[in-house]
Design a protein. Structure first.
Length: 130
């Protein structure tokens, strides 16, 4: 019975970790998609304004067209900048560690300790020694 309970909690933890990471991925993808669509829309609007203005009195039209195109390009360039990853990777690793089942953490720590005998240790992984 105890073993069954352990299995159950382990499964629940794994499921939770999986859904968490999937949710994060989905949210990021949605944000990036909406930004791309917004930038495309802005570029298109700028183009339409420019063409309509160009069909109106010539020189004013050229000026507005130029401004609109530059504006559209600038906005789309800003919005489509890929989010800079770097330090954030460590946050993702830490989040993953946080969602692990305690037994799984213990197993991983033991594994790590076997691979790094005391002389070869950089710094201890996320969980501190008690």
């Amino acid at each position: 019975n105890d073993a069954l309970d352990n299995m159950d909690s382990m499964l629940m933890w794994m499921l939770k970790a999986l859904t968490d990471s999937m949710l994060m991925t989905m949210i990021v993808a949605l944000i990036e998609l909406s930004l791309a669509m917004l930038s495309a829309l802005l570029g298109f609007t700028a183009g339409v304004i420019g063409i309509m203005a160009y069909l109106a009195p010539r020189f004013l039209g050229i000026a507005v067209f130029g401004v609109a195109v530059v504006f559209g390009m600038a906005v789309s360039a800003i919005l489509t900048q890929a989010p800079q990853r770097g330090e954030d990777d460590n946050i993702y690793k830490y989040m993953k560690w946080e969602t692990l089942h305690p037994k799984e953490r213990w197993r991983m720590r033991k594994e790590w300790e076997e691979q790094h005998p005391p002389g070869l240790r950089p710094e201890l992984p996320a969980a501190r020694r008690r």
